[in-house]
Design a protein around this ligand. Sequence first.
Ligand code: SF4
Length: 232
Amino acid sequence: MLKAHQAQVASTIKFSWVDGPGNRYVLFLQGCNFNCLACHNPQTIPLHTPRANEMTVQEVLEEIRGSMPYISGVTVSGGEATVQHEFVLDLFKEIKSRKEFKGLSTFIDSNGNAPQEVWNQLAPFTDGVMLDLKALDDAKHIELTGNSNAVVLDSIRYLDSITKLHEVRLLLVPGHNDSDKELIDTAVWLRGINPEMRITINAFKTHGVRALARQWPEVSDADLARYKEIVN
Ligand code: SF4
């Protein structure tokens, strides 16, 4: 059991343009409840590892303070951010209550595998969630992540209903989850929940993945153009 106000941290980035809207401080927490074949950071999957740093909320706030002149918000990513949701809650409460952090937005980058009660705790202090959907088809999802997508789909529906879903991101792997049918079904399902849903595409790259996925083809420009045409 982790002590309150303390997290297992994989790494931090002081300024990032690719982890949510604007320029952001990013905290990558250790630990994930999926085991994706296409994971680019498999070293972040175990919660406890000698590579992790332990950080208190105060230590993270100190780093954010140093980035303040350059950032518009804070993103907590992973691993899976909600595995250490109590820490995220403590951190976001501090950011939202202190005058010195006024104006900073708080985002979570998630695989969506968290129950509604966790989202209910985080929602009052979270401006948006960027959520990955690895596959709409459950058998395919289990093949790609080792887990059912039932909770992920519930999270998408729920976060959209409380206007906290910033975007859904599709990690597309050629030959694994990128057929026209899969893409059409996914876009129809997402837009059935919210016609304005923001859907972004992450193209699979072999960089950092484990041995099996290193043999998989990367997304080509033609693949990407097809994905965008179907999804948008
Ligand atoms: S959800 Fe993300 S961090 Fe977790 S195993 Fe999958 S790709 Fe890796």
